[in-house]
Design a protein around this ligand. Structure first.
Ligand SMILES: [Zn+2]
Length: 141
């Protein structure tokens, strides 16, 4: 048995923490512990153009009480999410804050996922057209 407040472990059969009188629980989870665990699960909110901008977004989120972090290039756990075509930085938020983080993000930046340095839809279309043109150029012709 564990105390959800001080996280002391007790033998089975004991129902109250000797230190703080809290009712013990069978196991500690993120939901029943008071302490803010550093191993909170962070989930990616957005992939931002650069680490500096990602930090700025994370700052805004933190100012709104959201646990946010930034993970940039070459990282381990989230590297599959940072594709080779889109380096940059991921803004991560505690999954328990995700919904709220999204609301804050949208209220600041709208629904565009690349609000700061990303290409506009028009530029994106131009780039796609240019790529198509290059592809169409047959060297044998
Ligand atoms: Zn306790």
């Amino acid at each position: 048995m564990f105390c959800p407040v001080c996280e002391s472990e007790y033998e089975d059969g004991i129902t109250q923490c000797a230190d703080d009188g809290t009712s013990l629980v069978e196991r500690l989870t993120a939901d029943n512990t008071a302490r803010d665990h550093s191993e909170a699960r962070f989930v990616p909110l957005h992939n931002i153009g650069s680490p500096a901008e990602a930090e700025m977004v994370a700052d805004i989120l933190r100012q709104n009480g959201i646990r946010a972090a930034v993970q940039s290039g070459g990282m381990d756990a989230f590297s599959p999410l940072l594709s080779t075509t889109a380096p940059g930085a991921l803004v991560l938020v505690d999954e328990r804050d995700y919904e709220r983080a999204n609301e804050v993000y949208v209220s600041f930046f709208g629904t565009d996922t690349t609000p700061l340095t990303g290409m506009t839809a028009a530029e994106d279309a131009d780039a796609a057209a240019a790529a198509d043109a290059a592809w169409d150029r047959d060297p044998a012709a």
